[in-house]
Write a protein that binds this ligand. Structure first.
Ligand code: C2E
Ligand code: CA
Ligand code: CA
Ligand code: CA
Length: 277
């Protein structure tokens, strides 16, 4: 009898491909990843294009899996969304980034804003309450937290403008991420209570070689400025791209040209030396 059972499992496994098995294992492990200290937050500097100053960072999560090594968020965030772990993971990321930012301030580093990405599933009516609680718990002032929301998320949730307004009332800053890749109409853009537009890196990548991408980037910058938004270009890898963005009056850049996302202790090196005492 036990033999039969064993065979059953074998047949089942051979029918599943290795990829599906890995996903199953990872989605199981994900439920514990935060509690077992396997999630890490990397920070990627954002640089003011006018004076070259560091103005803050984007928090980007990584998963240090005990057997499978470093796993990219592009892989495990969608999995966490499908399996429902995203609620806990998203809250952990927000809390960890706010706590770290607050800690830098108490250590005497100049205050700066840290941006955190939100997944679609986090962007619900409970979010403003959750954010308020995390700010209270960590002692971070709301103005030092920025939330990055993709166009897709902002457009797909009925109550999104309401949720954004509540977050704004707390004092949190809002950015539209991957701008240009979604389908947000300009009418929406006008209604969103946001402060920042992030130009998607797909447009920045071809800046030197594509006339149409240049036109798109220039137009986004111009449009954003008319709406009094700060414009961040992401994925800046070359000096030529940086120079074009300067010429187009883009406000902020982020990309490998200045730095990859780095662990917190490495990021500290970009912050100026703490004031003594
Ligand atoms: P994103 O929000 O658009 O983040 C930018 C991605 O571009 C990051 O990839 C970053 O490492 C990468 N990048 C930055 N500069 C350059 C560059 O110069 N060249 C190139 N080729 N890439 C650059 P990463 O960290 O792998 O994150 C991928 C995506 O995963 C993010 O895209 C975001 O959608 C998601 N993600 C990351 N962290 C979180 C998180 O904490 N929560 C949620 N919900 N999603 C996250
Ligand atoms: Ca495992
Ligand atoms: Ca982002
Ligand atoms: Ca982006």
């Amino acid at each position: 009898i036990s033999n039969q059972g064993g065979n059953g499992v074998c047949v089942y496994q051979s029918e599943m491909n290795a990829d599906a098995l890995l996903r199953l294992e990872l989605s199981h492990d994900l439920r514990q990843a935060a509690e077992q200290n396997e999630l890490l937050i990397y920070y990627q500097p954002k640089i003011n294009l006018i004076n070259g100053n560091l103005i803050g960072a984007e928090a980007l999560v990584r998963w240090q899996h005990p057997q499978h090594g470093m796993i990219s968020p592009a892989e495990f965030i969608p999995l966490a969304e499908e399996t429902g772990s995203i609620g806990r993971i998203g809250e952990w990321i927000l809390r960890a980034a706010c706590a770290r930012n607050r800690q830098w301030q108490t250590e005497g580093y100049p205050p700066q804003s840290i941006a955190v990405n939100l997944s679609a599933r986090q962007f619900n009516r409970e979010l403003p309450k959750q954010v308020a609680q995390i700010l209270r718990d960590t002692g971070l002032e709301a103005k030092y937290l920025e939330l990055e929301i993709t166009e897709g998320i902002a457009m797909s949730v009925d109550s999104s403008i309401d949720i954004m307004r509540q977050l704004r009332e707390l004092g949190v800053k809002l950015a539209i991420d991957d701008f240009g890749t979604g389908f947000s109409s300009l009418t929406y853009l006008k209604q969103f209570p946001i402060q920042t537009l992030k130009i998607d890196q797909s447009f920045v990548k071809q800046l030197e070689h594509s006339l149409s991408d240049r036109a798109i980037v220039r137009s986004i910058i111009e449009l954003g400025h008319h709406l009094e938004l700060d414009i961040v270009a992401e994925g800046v890898e070359t000096v030529e791209q940086k120079q074009m963005l300067e010429e187009y009056r883009c406000d902020t850049m982020q990309g490998y040209l200045f730095s990859r996302p780095v662990p917190a202790d490495e990021y500290e090196k970009f912050l100026i030396t703490p004031s003594p005492g």
